[in-house]
Design a protein around this ligand. Structure first.
Ligand code: ATP
Ligand code: MN
Length: 464
């Protein structure tokens, strides 16, 4: 099979070539002159290839004139310069072979625009729509940029486990993994679960973050990153939370919080810049149909410095502002998404990196600052999304880490290996986590996180 995509045949350089394309019919339009226009798409790009099918073709009446949206076809013909606007090329068909028919009565995707809510119910067919095809291609570009960014900087890609016995966030928002027969256990007398009888002979969960394990590799290979599925059983039905999402987590030995912030900023700029330059057609589509201010906002993000602001200063700005918030702002309380979005969207209108949060609202592994009240944490906030990255410098001092773990009621024995890193050649180190789906939202302007992952998992929903 020759490897010609519709993206290839839409280029001027394809003019004059005889090619075979394979794809799905978007529309058919019959001309009075006794021929038809077929718009064919194979997902290789947003645009369709316009195919002119002549009435002389042997299956013109019997098949071609019966083609409807969704039918799959293989077409051979010559690529020509197109007289029509908005496309450089078109194809004159020599043969049109129908591979799969698609009943227009029952096919749920029609030519008209469908709501995102409706398309979510047909997640198996929505990649055939313009929007979801574009999201999939941009998501792919982001993943490629992630790897290129780190590989160019001599980071090593490592794989941290999906099943884990340690709870990184200590928040208890974890899915349990068990091979115990729950139904059988329920029928027996209710008693305490004996996890020594379970598969791992202990309680196990799906990971909420690969950070702790990534730290062990950073303390050996210096610069590493993980990129994999992450699970959180948080019952928050928002447009920014999924129960299963993909997270990118770099971890760097000998980095402090400033280095961490600098890397995070360069990372976001690289991804945005790549999407703008390499996914032009899809990005123009998002700018036209999804969010009119998108491209201007992204250009600005790619070219200007992010603002750095301490949590303490942010609290002061928020308390002095005239904006009314649902939740009160108070030093020592976690900022709500309404506060974060006010800062990045209204007050500064640009990405903001907040840093040095109160120790009481952050996990044990974040490095204690000299003031004894704050830790070396940072969150990157961007317009349209809010928090996109969370990171910190890690506590590398054994005694202080131990003290903080005790204060948070953690079982030190379970973290023996994590503590060992601080006993044997401990080094300052830092890292952060970027939620891939939040990045896709940011780049595409898509409002709901359920629409930037192929098959979203949210409370009460795991269809497909
Ligand atoms: P939030 O406050 O928005 O719930 P978080 O502080 O719990 O996020 P972190 O633990 O710092 O998030 O995780 C790092 C990054 O992972 C976040 O900045 C975000 O981009 C992403 N992320 C976290 N939770 C989710 C989720 N449930 N769905 C999608 N992405 C998430
Ligand atoms: Mn966070």
């Amino acid at each position: 099979m020759e490897d010609q995509t519709i993206a290839d045949t839409r280029q001027v350089s394809a003019i004059g070539q005889k090619v075979t394309i394979r794809g799905w019919i978007r529309t058919r339009r019959d001309s009075k002159g006794g021929f038809s226009f077929l718009e064919v798409n194979d997902g290789s790009c947003l645009g369709n290839l316009q195919v002119v099918a002549d009435g002389e073709l042997p299956n013109y009446e019997s098949e071609i004139k019966k083609l409807t949206t969704g039918c799959s076809v293989v077409i051979t013909g010559e690529v020509k310069e197109s007289p029509a606007k908005g496309q450089k090329t078109e194809m004159q068909a020599d043969s049109v072979k129908v591979i799969g028919w698609c009943d227009p009565e029952s096919y749920p995707l029609q030519k008209k625009r469908h709501s995102f809510e409706f398309l979510r119910e047909i997640a198996h067919l929505r990649p055939r729509s313009n929007t979801f095809g574009a999201v999939a291609r941009v998501r792919n570009q982001i993943c490629q940029s992630v790897h290129q960014f780190f590989q160019e900087r001599q980071f090593f890609y490592i794989h941290t486990p999906v099943i884990t016995a340690s709870d990184c966030e200590g928040a208890g928002e974890m899915f349990q993994v068990t091979s115990l027969n729950l139904e059988k256990m329920l029928k027996a007398a209710p008693k305490e679960v004996d996890y020594t009888q379970d598969f791992f002979e202990r309680e196990a969960h799906l990971t909420v973050s690969g950070q702790l394990e990534a730290e062990t590799y950073a303390c050996a290979l210096s610069k590493v990153y993980t990129f994999g599925p992450t699970f959180r059983a948080e019952n928050s039905n928002t447009s920014r939370h999924l129960a299963e999402f993909w997270m990118i987590e770099p971890e760097m030995a000998f980095y402090d919080l400033q280095d961490d912030m600098t890397l995070a900023e360069a990372f976001i700029k690289r991804i945005v810049g790549d999407c703008l330059s390499k996914c032009e057609e899809d990005m123009d589509f998002f700018g036209k149909w999804v969010d009119k201010s998108l491209l201007e906002r992204l250009e600005k993000v790619a070219s200007s410095d992010f603002l750095r602001l301490s949590y303490t200063d942010a609290v002061e700005i928020l308390t002095k502002s005239k904006q009314t918030f649902e939740y009160p702002v108070d030093w020592g309380k976690d900022l709500q998404s309404e506060h974060e979005r006010f800062l990045t969207e209204k007050e500064f209108k640009q990405p903001v990196i907040l840093h040095d949060y109160p120790r009481t609202i952050k996990p044990f592994y974040m490095r204690l600052n000299n003031d004894d009240r704050t830790v070396a944490a940072m969150d990157v906030l961007v317009p349209g999304v809010g928090e996109i990255i969370g990171g910190s410098q890690r506590e590398e001092r054994y005694e202080i880490l131990e003290e903080r773990m005790k204060a948070q009621d953690l079982d030190l024995e379970e973290y023996w290996w994590y503590l060992d890193l601080r006993r044997f050649g401990s080094v300052p180190h830092a890292g952060f986590g970027l939620g891939l789906e939040r990045m896709v939202q940011f780049v595409t302007g898509m409002e709901n996180i359920r629409d930037v992952i192929p098959f979203p998992r949210t409370p009460g929903s795991a269809e497909f």
